[in-house]
Design a protein around this ligand. Structure first.
Ligand code: PA5
Length: 419
């Protein structure tokens, strides 16, 4: 379960907020129904559409096969095509599963050389994930890596190459021509909403993640968000709070967590909100803070800088790890920590930060019970749905990204791309 908590003294703004949330609650029922104008982008709204039993079983079997034969699995993709899988894998990968290497998310020659070095002498599988197969980064990396595989494995290379793309795309044709395995990229979901589909689930399963549990978490969240009315609906409340404070001049949201395993989840979240919301000169700029480290850098700005930031904490309720502090008998003035658990110390740091920051800015917590596959599923569905609602409240299209095309045009021109 995810719980939403507001930390500020509510007297001053609560009434106004309640009236804002009540006034706009029709966006919730509209979003739940699935709107005609967005029907080409809402394949994620019902998780069963792209992550039903049959698909999960197929992915589990394929992943088991890859785990058996691969030392390294290269995930080629960028943005929505790799962020969800990477966020879960970096947090929960099981020991003894293939090393997951990321490519196609940079154009750095240095990074490409280091990646190729990592592959030497290992058994390699690659999965190129690209919706339309026009994006430069994955296209270029896939070229290099499939050439590498063909040189190493000759005619057997094709057995180690999997591509995930939309039906009818040039990637599918490439697979047909060369005998690579082709998996479907949902044609009615944009990249950043594809966590619960072949796109996110295959790499996760290769890393030993229980994708069945992850999908169950997403399903349960879907059920909750589609049944709860506006006042008790956490996605609607979170989206409303964001917009309410946006209208009061808050322009930046800091997503903060005291658990470093969320590092790559932050990247997924940043993409989701930045690409969905930042358009028509509107939007809340999403940033993320790995606490407590960043309290020693951006903490100063948050506490004393201009009042344009609000903060959402991700907190994990249960203790999953423990480390007791012992004295080494030397006088270092840290003896107040003796006998305390790092889990407890970290939790107190979170509480202290909430107390300090909530005097300055709007502060909320999204609490999950534990960090596991089930709760990752919950978080994916929760944030996707909340982002959609937030965009509706802001009056922007949650599913396009016209601004991304601007730099691409100049780059393709400079590189001599035809057409
Ligand atoms: O959310 C999106 O649609 C984008 O961020 C894409 O995922 C990203 O640009 C990668 O696109 P593609 O999978 O077509 O290479």
């Amino acid at each position: 379960m995810i719980k939403l908590r507001i930390h500020n003294k509510e007297e001053e703004w609560k009434k106004e907020y309640d009236s804002f949330a009540d006034r706009n609650k029709s966006v919730l029922s509209l979003a739940r129904k699935g709107e005609e104008e967005y029907k080409d982008s809402q394949g994620w709204l019902d998780t069963k559409e792209w992550a039903g039993e049959e698909r999960i079983r197929r992915l589990e079997m394929l992943a088991a096969d890859i785990r058996q034969n691969a030392d390294v699995f290269v995930l080629i993709g960028v943005g929505g095509s790799n962020n969800a899988a990477r966020s879960v894998i970096k947090a929960l990968q099981l020991p003894g599963t293939p090393e997951i290497v990321y490519a196609g998310n940079t154009l750095s020659a240095h990074a490409l050389n280091r990646t190729l070095e990592k592959l030497e002498g290992k058994s390699i599988y690659i999965n190129c994930i690209a919706k339309n197969f026009e994006t430069l980064e994955p296209g270029a990396a896939f070229r290099v890596l499939r050439k590498y595989l063909h040189e190493r494995y000759g005619s057997k290379a094709a057995e180690r190459i999997i591509a995930t793309g939309t039906a009818g795309s040039s990637l599918e044709k490439l697979c047909e021509d060369n005998g690579y395995m082709f998996l479907e990229f949902p044609d009615n979901i944009g990249g950043r909403y594809t966590a619960i589909s072949n796109v996110g689930l295959l790499p996760m399963a290769v890393a030993g993640i229980d994708i069945r549990e992850l999908v169950r978490g997403a399903n349960d969240m879907q059920k909750e968000l589609h049944e709860e009315d506006a006042p008790g609906n956490i996605a609607y409340q979170y989206a409303s709070l964001r917009n309410f404070f946006y209208n009061r001049g808050y322009r930046i949201e800091m997503l903060a967590c005291f658990e470093p395993r969320f590092k790559y989840f932050f990247k997924w979240w940043i993409q989701l909100f930045a690409e969905s919301e930042g358009k028509e000169s509107k939007g809340i700029f999403p940033v993320a803070g790995e606490y407590s480290e960043e309290l020693h850098s951006v903490g100063q700005f948050l506490q004393d800088g201009p009042p344009i930031i609000f903060e959402t904490f991700l907190d994990i309720k249960e203790r999953q790890d423990s480390f007791l502090m012992e004295s080494d008998g030397k006088k270092d003035y840290f003896d107040y920590l003796d006998g305390k658990d790092f889990w407890y110390i970290n939790k107190e740091a979170y509480k202290a930060t909430v107390t300090a920051h909530s005097r300055k800015m709007p502060c909320f917590t999204l609490e999950i019970d534990r960090l596991d596959a089930y709760h990752f599923g919950q978080l994916f569905y929760f944030f996707q749905f909340a982002c959609y609602l937030s965009c509706k409240l802001m009056g922007v299209n949650a599913f396009d990204q016209p601004g991304v095309e601007a730099y691409k045009g100049w780059m393709f021109k400079a590189l001599g791309k035809q057409g």
